[in-house]
Design a binder for this molecule. Sequence first.
Ligand SMILES: NCC[C@H](CC(=O)O)[C@@H](CN)CCC(=O)O
Ligand SMILES: [Zn+2]
Length: 331
Amino acid sequence: MDISSILQGGYQHPLSRSWQGRRQLTKSMFMYPIFITDDPDASVVIPSLPGQRRWGVNQLETFLGPLVKKGLKSVIIFGVPLTCEKTLQDGRGTPADDPSGPVIQAIKKIRLLFPSLYIACDVCLCEYTSHGHCGLLHADSTINTKPSVLRLAEVSVNYAKAGAHCVAPSDMMDGRIKAIKQALIDADLASKCTLMSYSAKFASALYGPFRDAAGSAPSFGDRKCYQLPPTAKGLARRAIQRDMVEGADIIMVKPALPYLDIISDATQLASDHPIACYQVSGEFAMVHAGAAAGVYDLKTMAFETTESMVRAGATLILSYFTPDFLDWLEV
Ligand SMILES: NCC[C@H](CC(=O)O)[C@@H](CN)CCC(=O)O
Ligand SMILES: [Zn+2]
C-alpha cells in the first residue's frame, strides 16, 4: 500500500479528530429565535416546535436569565401579536412597530435586563397584516414593492431606535436592503445597527412549525413570487451579490441543511462578510422527529447538521437548538 494511502493515523484519537475541522461550533455562533406575544404574562407551548414557547415580556427574565448564565450571546425576536386586530384596513402592518407592541417592548426589556445580550429583530410584515404576505399588496393582491420596502425601512428604523443591535429583513422584497440601509443612515443609526439580510431565502416546505407559532401563514396563495425557487442557484448568487452592494453587513442563507451548497457559494461570493444560516423550524422538527422515531440520537444529529453548516462556511447559526448547545458545548 502506498504511503499516501494511509490517512487513518491522522484521526485515530478524539483530539486529532477534533483538529480535522477548520472551525469548531462555539456558543457564540448560535443566535436563538424567540417568539414574543402581546399577552405580557404568556408562556405558551408551541406543539409543533419541541421545547419552544411563545413568551410575554413579563416572562423574559425567567425565560432568558438561565440561558444568559449558560452563555447565550444573541437572540432574534419574532413578534406574535395575537390579541391586537391585524390591520388590513391601513394595509401597513401597523402592529409591527407599535411602540406598545411585543417587539419594541421586548427590545427595551431585554436591553434593561441583559445589557450584554445581542438583540436582533426579524423585520417582516407577514405577522402583522391579515393577508399574511411579507409585503404590502396592490389591489390585485400582487406584491407592491415600492411601499413595501418603505414600510420595512420604517419598521427597521423604529426597532433600531428602540435599541435593537441588528435588524434582519426576512421579507425578500427587491431593494429592501438599500432602502433599510438608507433609512438607517438618514436616522443616523447606520453605524449603530447591523443589517443582516436574509439574502438567499427559499420558498421552502420547512416553515410550517414557524407559521403555526407566529400565525404568519399567507391567507391566500403562497410566497413563491418573492422567496427563491429551491432550484435557483443562480438567483441565490445574484441576490447575495445584490445585497452586498446594497449594504448588508451579514449575508444569510435560509433554510440551511438542504442549501449547504448555497452557504458555500455565499462564503465564496461574500468572503469578507459574516455568513449566517437559519436552521428553520421544519429542520428542527425534522431532527426531533427522526430521533423520536429511533433513527438516530438527537444530540448526535443536532451536531452533525450544524457542523455541516460550519463546514459549508457559516459563521452564525440561527437555531432552535441554541439552548441545547449551551448545555452541550463547553465554550
Ligand atoms: N417572514 C417570513 C417568515 C419565515 C418563513 C415563512 O414563513 O415564509 C421564517 C422566519 N423568518 C420562518 C423561519 C422558520 O421556519 O423557523
Ligand atoms: Zn414574512
